[in-house]
Design a protein around this ligand. Structure first.
Ligand code: MEV
Length: 438
């Protein structure tokens, strides 16, 4: 007996039918009203949004904010950020403004290479790889030219091919590890297309390569896919200034004391994985917000970043702090495999606007701005943590969210905000105060 809440062919229903079915089986009618509340009200636009995914029964709005005053490599940016967590945009803006008058952010793209893997089983001996690889490379490159030509004219294409043996999996398990340049695109489709074509050619090579013995002709392609591990697609961002210029507008903390405590906090995150994960989460608050705003793939960025953070076998902070001769330097190095053309960057109207706000950057420029946003966020979080504590800033926004959830009027908001200055904010406390007012 099939559960009445299971269904075949859901994807073939119209959007209205899907909503009706969902309401009937999973929602109260008043809850279901929320599904339609955020409709674009413009058929063309709604169609664009619906086409991003499948079974779309509603739009899910997120705030699109801007953090102004980011000076990156001498250019001033207003950085678009899509994020639901309160305080993140405010913190980024505050850190950007702080560094604006202290030389701004500097960035450098260390490398911009993407990777893909083709896994296969092959009956030949691993020692034969070195002799066979050059001809194999020439063949697969030549036979897949149709897929790479356009990218080559844009400065990208296939860079290197290595042939690895993976005896940990099985004696006959091999991998072609292919590196790519993908110009200003993220390149996922390009890489996957080329790799699948390589898979096809690899089979043909095994069938008719004259240097292979009959025993060596057995080759089974298992899978072809890009790698989201991008340790060679890396950007560095940093800020630096003499510590004496680091007076901070919070509680008149001595700058030397502040710099010492700040570095100490970063050092803790270098060595303790529990702290490092939280520390890096703070960095990703800034990075992901710009990744989302610009229509990039935040899951890919997240996966790559955390692999990078653990690249020496221990999970560490992505940022480092140095104090030399009373100079403070704070830097962040992270992998960012991005695109500024193609994919969602071309389709999502607000991703387009985000890129317009940034002045239509190329990929290298966007990597720099994003890394600066991550560093700013990390700076702001640590600045709060080692001075006032994080809750002071958070509570202001938290209070506003509690007031929204309690449907506070403008007058109630003003009164409650005044009442809670310098006080601990709790949902219970705010509700009680509001009830008193009402
Ligand atoms: C909160 O979203 C991020 C922080 O926890 C980061 C940190 O602790 O460094 C404040």
């Amino acid at each position: 007996m099939i559960d009445s809440r299971q269904i075949n062919g859901f994807s073939r229903l119209s959007k209205d039918e899907q909503r009706r079915w969902l309401t009937e089986h999973f929602l109260h009618p008043e809850q279901a009203a929320e599904l339609t509340r955020f409709d674009a009200g413009d058929e063309g636009l709604q169609g664009v949004i619906d086409n991003f995914s499948e079974n779309t029964v509603a739009n899910f709005p997120m705030p699109f904010g801007v953090a102004p005053n980011f000076v990156v490599n001498g250019e001033t940016y207003a950085v678009p950020m899509v994020i639901e967590e309160s305080s993140v945009v405010a913190a980024a803006a505050a850190a950007a403004k702080y560094w604006m008058t202290r030389g701004g952010f500097r960035t450098e793209v260390i490398a911009a290479e993407k990777l893909g893997q083709l896994h296969f089983r092959w009956s030949g001996h691993p020692d034969r790889r070195a002799a066979l690889l050059p001809a194999l490379c020439t063949r697969v490159r030549a036979q897949t030219k149709a897929f790479t030509e356009r990218m080559e004219t844009r400065g990208g294409g296939v860079r290197n091919i290595t042939w690895k043996h993976l005896p940990e999996v099985s004696d006959d398990c091999y991998q072609l590890l292919v590196s790519f340049g993908t110009a200003d695109s993220m390149g996922a489709n390009f890489i996957n297309t080329v790799l699948e074509a390589y898979g096809h050619e690899l089979r043909n090579w095994a069938l008719d390569c004259p240097e292979l013995t009959a025993d060596e002709r057995e080759l089974e392609v298992i899978m072809a896919i890009l790698s989201n591990n991008t340790p060679n697609c890396v950007v560095k961002a940093w800020v630096e200034c003499p510590i004496e210029n680091m007076a901070i507008p919070i509680g008149g903390v001595d700058p030397f004391d502040f710099a010492r405590r700040f570095k100490y906090a970063v050092d803790i995150a270098r060595e303790d994985p529990y702290r490092a994960v939280t520390h890096n989460k703070g960095i990703m608050n800034g990075v992901d917000a710009v990744v989302l705003a610009t229509g990039n793939d935040f899951r890919a960025i997240e996966a790559a970043t955390h692999a990078f953070a653990a690249r020496d076998g221990k999970y560490r902070s992505l940022s480092q702090c140095r104090i030399d001769n009373d100079m403070f330097r704070f830097e962040l190095t992270l992998p960012l495999a991005l695109g500024t053309v193609g994919g969602l960057t071309k389709l999502h109207p607000l991703a387009k606007v985000a890129l317009d706000i940034l002045g239509r950057p190329g990929v290298h420029e966007l990597m720099g701005v994003m890394a600066a946003a991550g560093l700013a966020q990390n700076f702001a979080a640590l600045r709060s943590l080692v001075t006032t504590g994080i809750q002071k800033g958070h509570m202001k926004m938290h209070l506003q969210n509690i007031l929204s959830s309690l449907d506070a009027t403008a007058v109630e908001r003003t009164k409650t905000t005044e009442r809670f200055v310098g006080k601990t904010v709790s949902h219970h406390g705010v509700r009680e105060y509001l009830e008193g007012l009402r």
